[in-house]
Design a binder for this molecule. Structure first.
Ligand SMILES: [Zn+2]
Length: 71
């Protein structure tokens, strides 16, 4: 998995987060990258949980979006 760049706003660490952690009422699984400190986040990347490999693809997309913003 590619590495996450630090937050473009506060310079702190970012991490991947998931629908079940962010929103107890989420009807579809998704992944986001968010800053641990200031809380800014990428748009939600939805995926189909039954499809093997979809989560990995969604994670890679979220990381790519984050890193592009962080540049
Ligand atoms: Zn931040």
């Amino acid at each position: 998995m590619s590495e996450l760049k630090p937050c473009p706003f506060c310079g702190r660490e970012a991490r991947l987060s998931y629908a079940e952690r962010e929103d107890a009422f989420a009807t579809e699984p998704y992944v986001i990258v968010m800053c641990c400190s200031c809380g800014i986040r990428t748009p939600k990347i939805f995926y189909v949980s039954e499809h093997q490999g979809e989560l990995g693809t969604a994670e890679a997309m979220a990381i790519q979006k984050w890193n592009r913003r962080a540049e």
